[in-house]
Design a protein around this ligand. Structure first.
Ligand SMILES: Cc1cc2nc3c(=O)[nH]c(=O)nc-3n(C[C@H](O)[C@H](O)[C@H](O)COP(=O)(O)OP(=O)(O)OC[C@H]3O[C@@H](n4cnc5c(N)ncnc54)[C@H](O)[C@@H]3O)c2cc1C
Ligand code: SF4
Length: 693
């Protein structure tokens, strides 16, 4: 800490370059304020996204995984989940979660802001839908949202700036079922371009949004916001991990202390500090900024920083259809939505509602390992893959999660990031209300897919998700909230929080459109009231107490795969094992017939060098006889999983195999030629509205 550098003063320092940080940075920079954004990750390079390559599913499962502990990149920090029922996903870099998100862009419903008034539980927000509406509309334009206006679940307002994306054969099938059932459905709004817009390309429907969008059609703030910040002279400092927000003697925020890639400490002074590190990262930072006058963390006189964490308990319901729907060809987020059960109805036995979002099927690896990551191996393998690939429709069910003070982010005492900052620890239990809501909606979604003709329906509960809310709630009363309705801390007049932390309740909608609208509203107010915001003293002491720096164990390095290590004998052994895992038949070749142990295996290990070590170990330890191989597969689940994964990854890269399945790979099919959508021609929305054009 002796080589601390004091950076130039800025009007505003923003911590985190994700969705909320991007919106605020752009608005303030365009208004002429000097802005510095500190981001622990890097600028993503679109050319590196794997979506346009045949191997994309392999990279998406590791380097581009949304699970930080799987990705394990330098920018990532550990998240202690030892006391959590749910896992979390995120991305750390310029763009934040918007780099990997599905870009579904629904808004919260008007009644979501009034939970106490409508249900007598939780709390009302200090603002309502109507106050947020102009900001929803402005952010829709900034991000480039495609959708269909007139959804009867919302009050009237501007239509989305771009027409809805195609709903595909999958969406059409389920929409027809809902029209027959008389249930709500609507083309989903997505922050994905259905036509060229703002210098960006339209979506080409490769369905690889979850590992970054090669086309730039999906809105991510590295494309939609930060270039504007830089153009206006704002600075985005990457590789900058903020470890603490520093206050002056009067208790105002004076700036952020951060570490660069080499571990040098810096202090960024600013008149205003904006936390935009998401509802986990911001809570962590506020708690980690505890000091003499605020021993329980910054802005925490209410004791609520980190508390009331809400995570949508995501579930999926997947139906399989006889018809080939080519479900790999679509945007990977929402085709259609259903809000039939979006409003609270106490007669169901639980409070609050759910939003369902229909997704498409994905590529061959998803089909191979369906359902639940297991797959079917041996003689029935090909039938299983044919039944799944392109032929499934999946409802993702997001249920409103109610705030509970015991669900929280705190500082881990056992896990630390590479800078020595305590990891956030999530203590989260799924409530009885959320469980009941989930079970009930799974039953209804099953009915939906059966009505659409699914011959088999499976469900999965409690999936990891990236919707973090509530850890610095807004409110009018400083004793029961952390920030006011403008996202300004009650305790510290020049400290703002502009991410999902400020949510009072979670609603059921994916949160980013609401995060963005709230952030824009907060930025407008900051600009209006700037002259009244007290300024911190220029000279402050910082870094007085060194951070607790535990001895960090370096993680084992990824084994570098050297193709020469895998000589002919081991490659032949791999082929013999592969023939056991996926026998030829049913019109499909055996792995050895496509020389799976040669170039196909090299392609897999080229993209996934992390698999080389386990593969070499298992090949070295496995005998050649098929019976022995079968016994290994049956008795050693970890080895079996590695072998099956590598075999499937190589097998489904083969052109022969792909053409045998009728799977063309990730082909670009630009949208943008708009014909009158079939669902309107068929009148599939007529039971909801009569004047959709
Ligand atoms: C796989 C996936 C799918 C998703 N799908 C959807 C969807 O379809 N629709 C939707 O609405 N939402 C979706 N989300 C959630 C969405 O990404 C988030 O709601 C949104 O990104 C939150 O914005 P934010 O600004 O609060 O935080 P983030 O976007 O998470 O950004 C926070 C940034 O702060 C940085 N940061 C954190 N701590 C520090 C520190 N100490 N120092 C410096 N920098 C720091 C991080 O590196 C990160 O870049 C998805 C998320 C994921 C991961
Ligand atoms: S489907 Fe569209 S939004 Fe998704 S990655 Fe492809 S071009 Fe981008």
């Amino acid at each position: 800490m002796s080589d601390k550098r004091v950076d130039d003063h800025a009007d505003v320092v923003i911590i985190g370059a994700g969705a909320g940080g991007g919106v605020v940075a752009r608005r303030l920079a365009e208004a002429g304020l000097s802005v510095v954004c500190l981001e622990q990750g890097e600028w993503p390079d679109r050319a590196n996204y794997p979506g346009a390559t045949p191997e994309w599913e392999l990279a998406a499962a590791k380097q581009w995984s949304s699970i930080p502990s799987v990705r394990n990149a330098v920018a990532d920090y550990p998240i202690d989940l030892t006391e959590s029922d749910l896992g979390v996903v995120n991305f750390n870099g310029v763009g934040g979660g918007t780099i990997l998100y599905a870009a579904q862009w629904p808004r919260m419903l008007p009644s979501d802001f009034l939970v106490r008034s409508t249900d007598g539980i939780a709390d009302d927000w200090p603002i309502g839908y109507e106050e947020l509406l102009p900001f929803y509309e402005r952010t829709d334009r900034d991000f480039g949202v495609s959708g269909l206006g007139g959804n009867p679940m919302y009050p009237p307002g501007e239509d989305p700036p771009l027409p809805a994306l195609p709903i595909g054969a999958t969406g059409l099938r389920v929409a027809r079922a809902h029209a027959r059932l008389g249930w709500h459905w609507w083309p989903q709004s997505n922050a994905i371009l259905s036509a060229p817009y703002d210098g960006r390309h339209a979506c080409v429907q490769r369905g690889t949004c979850g590992s970054g969008c090669n086309e730039g059609a999906k809105a991510s703030t590295d494309l939609t916001h930060f270039p504007h910040v830089v153009a206006k002279g704002g600075r985005v400092i990457t590789g900058a991990r903020v470890v603490r927000i520093v206050t002056d003697g009067a208790g105002l925020a004076a700036g952020a202390e951060w570490l660069d890639r080499e571990g040098h400490a810096h202090f960024q002074r600013a008149d205003v500090v904006v936390c935009a590190a998401n509802a986990i990262g911001s809570a962590r930072l506020l708690l980690a900024s505890a000091a003499g006058t605020h021993p329980d963390g910054l802005a925490n006189s209410s004791g609520l920083v980190g508390r009331r964490l809400m995570l949508h308990a995501l579930s999926t319901v997947t139906g399989l259809f006889d018809e080939q729907l080519e479900g790999w060809q679509a945007h990977s987020g929402g085709l259609i939505q259903c809000l039939q059960f979006g409003l609270s109805d106490p007669s169901r036995g639980f409070a609050r509602g759910a939003l369902w979002e229909l997704g498409s099927a994905g590529g061959p690896m998803k089909a191979v390992f369906a359902p639940r990551g297991h797959g079917v191996w041996g003689a029935d393998h090909h039938r299983h893959v044919r039944q799944h690939l392109g032929r499934s429709a999946q409802w993702a069910i997001l249920g409103e999660d109610l705030p509970e003070e015991s669900n929280r982010v705190e500082l881990s005492t056992t896990q630390f990031d590479s800078s020595g900052l305590p990891a956030p620890k999530i203590a989260y239990r799924v409530s009885a209300n959320t469980s009941a809501l989930t079970d009930w909606n799974i039953e209804r979604a099953t009915e939906s897919l059966e009505a659409a003709g699914a011959w088999r329906v499976d469900s999965l509960r409690r999936l990891a998700n990236g919707h973090f809310m509530g850890t610095a709630r807004m409110g009018d009363d400083p004793s029961t909230s952390v920030v006011d309705k403008w996202c300004v801390s009650h305790d510290i007049a020049n400290l703002l929080v502009v991410d999902g932390s400020v949510f009072v309740t979670s609603g059921a909608a994916n949160p980013t459109s609401t995060i963005a609208a709230l952030a824009l509203r907060a930025a407008d107010r900051l600009i209006e009231r700037r002259a009244e915001i007290p300024r911190p003293r220029r000279s402050v002491s910082f870094g007085l107490s060194p951070l607790p720096r535990p001895a960090i164990e370096s993680s084992p390095s990824t084994p570098v795969f050297v193709t020469q290590t895998l000589g002919t004998a081991l490659r032949q052994r791999f082929e013999r094992l592969a023939d056991v895992v996926i026998p030829g038949g049913d019109g499909m070749p055996a792995p050895s017939e496509i020389a799976i142990g040669g170039a196909l295996l090299d392609r897999v290990l080229g993209v996934r060098p992390d698999l080389a070590g386990p593969l070499l170990a298992l090949l070295g330890a496995t005998a050649d006889e098929p019976d022995v191989a079968l016994s290994v597969l049956e008795n050693d689940p970890a080895t079996a999983r590695t072998l099956r994964y590598v075999v499937a990854a190589a097998y489904y890269l083969s052109d022969d195999v792909r053409s045998g399945l009728g799977y063309p790979g990730t082909v670009a099919r630009p949208v943008g030629r708009f014909e009158y959508p079939e669902y309107l021609a068929e009148g599939l929305l007529d039971h909801l509205v009569t004047d959709v054009v």
